[in-house]
Design a protein around this ligand. Sequence first.
Ligand code: ZN
Length: 240
Amino acid sequence: MYAVISDVHGNLAALEAVLEDIGRRGAREVLFLGDAVGYGPEPNECVALIEERCTLRVAGNHDWAVLGLTNADLFNPLALAAIRWTEEALGMEARERMNAWPLVASLPEPDALLVHSGPEAPEEWPYVISRADASRALRFFKHRLCLLGHSHLPFIAEAGRTGEAEFLGGRAVFRTGMRYVINTGSVGQPRDGDPRACYLLLDGRSVELVRVEYPAEATQRKMRRAGLPEPLAARLSLGR
Ligand code: ZN
């Protein structure tokens, strides 16, 4: 069994809670889908822990923005302020590690493509949110599954021969002849109205979205002390 995590965004308390839950459930490997940093107060600690615990890692748009590999001017003002703060805070070691993360990776079993944003243009960071987005994404990968993040809105979508994706609930058993687009949600800044950290458990037969409580106040306190924008701290209580 694999655990898949994404969009940690410098939220160490959330990452630790998720890794503890993963350990308890006995997942063999942890896979990371990008955005270790940006928004949160502990980017170096999160990169180090992801390096230590994850066997596969891909880069996200916030990771690339901090490294100067993608244009940060496209970020909204709050996200951009956090990117600038993170640029200052990030040490050489974390930088070098993140620099080695590719934009896409794949898994042999279950047969899956791993990418932060959409498979059609990973370096342009498209969002995959709606059923139409998921249906479109299916045309741009050959694997049975595509595992992605980026929107912080978790879903499991299934499609058969028509190529029209349907959203399932938070759990699904893989069916013969069907393909899947799966958004793992966000560990460190959920946006679906549920403030609990989100991740995914996966094996060759099924997939499940998991939610984990964590002490958001600890992260918020550190954000305020660091001078990160207040709305970024406040939203962690709301999951928005
Ligand atoms: Zn993100």
